[in-house]
Design a protein around this ligand. Sequence first.
Ligand code: ATP
Length: 225
Amino acid sequence: MFDAASKFHGSQLHCQRDDRLLFEQVEFEIHAGQALLIEGANGAGKTSLLRFLCGLNQVAEGELTWCGKSVSPSDRDYASKILYIGHKSGMKADLSCVENLSMLVRLDGEVADREIIEQALDQVGLYGFEDRPAGRLSAGQHRRVALARLLLQKKPLWVLDEPLTALDVQGIAWLESTIANHLAKNGMIVMTSHSVVGVNDNNLVRLPLKTGATAGIASKTEASQ
Ligand SMILES: Nc1ncnc2c1ncn2[C@@H]1O[C@H](COP(=O)(O)OP(=O)(O)OP(=O)(O)O)[C@@H](O)[C@H]1O
């Protein structure tokens, strides 16, 4: 169970790429058990925003607070709260599924032994693939291995960039229950996705990104006022 009082707030968020303003004055707030869905056309800046929240780029700027305390995306304590799974999995083609997951979990400052990783691979439908090099997986299998980190790491905030990509019906069903379970434990999620799974309307905050967006705060509290 994560802290029921958790709150994640962003304000004055803006992003410029070269000479082009992607978005500005964007604001959001989510609480424990809620998911933020970042929406927008191709090229609107969704990935740029996600990566900014994770301290992975400086192209976007803005103010962030975690539980009411101002944080910088590069703060170690703040970064330790986040599990980011982006378009690229970060896996090495010549390492096995177990070796890759072990490495990725360690890079995030955590540890998972082989038995635990095998159990996670089993849960994502990859029993028997433990020692297969990642470079010899299908696209959907590759995505399933990347998403197995959701079972291995205990972070309150998941930042997921198009997590449904390449998943089949069973994969989507697994992700749906995994997301619902995380939110039920007071976890939070910031994600981009063309469809929403595992989040009911009461727990979903939508953040549309459009150039010059000044549409006010994206939050459940404000929306209901
Ligand atoms: N490394 C980069 N250097 C310069 N411009 C970039 C770079 N990466 C992305 N861009 C540009 O920034 C804009 C926003 O890209 P971003 O990937 O954030 O959009 P997105 O909303 O996630 O798009 P999509 O829905 O297609 O994934 C695009 O116009 C893109 O061309």
